[in-house]
Design a protein around this ligand. Structure first.
Ligand SMILES: Nc1ncnc2c1ncn2[C@@H]1O[C@H](COP(=O)(O)OP(=O)(O)O)[C@@H](O)[C@H]1O
Ligand SMILES: [Mg+2]
Length: 349
């Protein structure tokens, strides 16, 4: 793929030729390509392609306004794409959106249950909406399974953020969907509740449920089997975390010494070409860039001049995503983060 085809959003097309046979459909719970959506004449999703395997936890990352929610809503049949095609749970995303809605569990970005109903009442109501037999008994059983037993009679509006998210997750799994679409499910939730939430997600995945989850948290990204990083309506990188990191081509150093000196340095280093990212990690100044030799030369010179010490460090996932955003203009540089099998397909197409 050239920089031009990437910039025109045709990467969706290039990756479109996924398996259309029955085996391919069974392997991929989500298999869509060239999804596009405009609001008021402004295109916000530019030809996105996504393939998510059965039982996979797939992370969807990207800054606010990059098109994550819009894409999720197109996948679950709530929003009709302007263009694009593909299948979700084997149903055609354009023609069978009603079926998709019935079989997907969608957790919206905003808490959307009833604040003035109890936990149990909310769950029983949702069970009725899904047409489940014995809704109250089911609500009670699910609340117990999901650790909500002690809060069953509490008004949903009085729950803390973590418990609200747990209730929302329970509500969207009542009908035992094969696919969960979770839109920033842990935003603003404390670390312990986030960890518990992720344990529940992994338990669901272990039972064969496929999960597409959007998040801003880097530790959560690392808990996913695969990731897609979306920016301005385009996917800039995808694949397992380790591969995205390795293929970003970033190198990093940790510089340590007196804090005041490091702070003064951090500002100056932002202007150095070899240093793409300069940020504090604990007491050390963390520097990252792609040109290993120039980065090393710059860091060594600075340390010698300022009586500081430096040592090689691991780039972080945050570095990698900031790098993607920085280079989104010079797109040819970032295609390396696209999976090799996709590159092969592009080369052959
Ligand atoms: N219903 C809508 N009407 C107009 N613009 C919208 C609508 N929904 C989303 N947008 C715009 O589309 C862009 C992508 O939004 P969204 O998909 O919510 O991004 P994200 O979930 O990544 O934060 C944003 O610029 C947002 O303002
Ligand atoms: Mg969103």
């Amino acid at each position: 793929m050239t920089a031009d085809t990437a910039a025109s959003g045709k990467e969706g097309d290039a990756r479109a030729e996924g398996p259309a046979d029955a085996a391919g459909a069974a392997e991929y719970v989500i298999d869509v390509r060239n999804l596009r959506k405009s609001f008021a004449g402004r295109e916000v999703v530019h030809g996105i392609a996504l393939k998510v395997r059965r039982g996979e936890i797939y992370g969807f990352l990207g800054p606010n306004g990059s098109g994550k929610t819009t894409t999720i809503r197109m996948l679950c049949g709530l929003l009709t794409p302007d263009a694009g095609e593909g299948h979700c749970l084997g149903y055609d995303i354009l023609r069978e959106s009603r079926q998709i809605k019935l079989h997907v569990g969608y957790m919206t970005q905003q808490f959307s249950l009833y604040a003035d109903l109890t936990v149990l009442e909310n769950l029983a109501f949702m069970a009725r909406v899904h047409g489940m037999p014995q809704p109250l008994a089911l609500a009670r059983k699910k609340a117990e399974e999901m650790g909500l037993a002690d809060r069953m009679h509490q008004l949903a509006g009085t729950l803390s953020g973590g418990w609200k998210q747990r209730l929302a997750l329970t509500a969207c799994t009542l009908h035992e969907p094969e696919l969960l679409l979770l839109d920033e499910p842990t935003a603003g939730v404390d670390p312990r509740a986030r960890r518990d939430f992720w344990n529940s997600i992994h338990a669901l995945a272990a039972k064969g449920v496929t999960v597409l989850v959007s998040t801003h948290y880097m530790d959560e990204a690392e808990r996913c089997h695969e990731l897609a990083y979306i920016y301005n309506g385009r996917i800039l990188a995808r694949g397992p975390v380790r591969r995205i990191m390795a293929e970003s081509g970033l190198f990093a150093y940790a510089v340590s010494g007196p804090q005041k000196r490091l702070e003064a340095l951090a500002e100056r280093l932002q202007k150095e070409n070899a240093v793409e990212i300069a940020t504090f990690r604990g007491e050390a100044l963390h520097l990252a860039g792609r040109d290993r030799e120039r980065l090393q030369a710059t860091v060594k010179e600075i340390c010698a001049h300022n009586d500081l010490s430096c040592q090689p460090a691991e780039p972080t996932l945050e570095d990698v995503f900031i790098h993607f955003m920085n280079t989104a203009g010079g797109r040819a540089q970032i295609t390396g983060a696209i999976a090799p099998d996709e590159k092969a397909r592009e080369a052959g197409s």
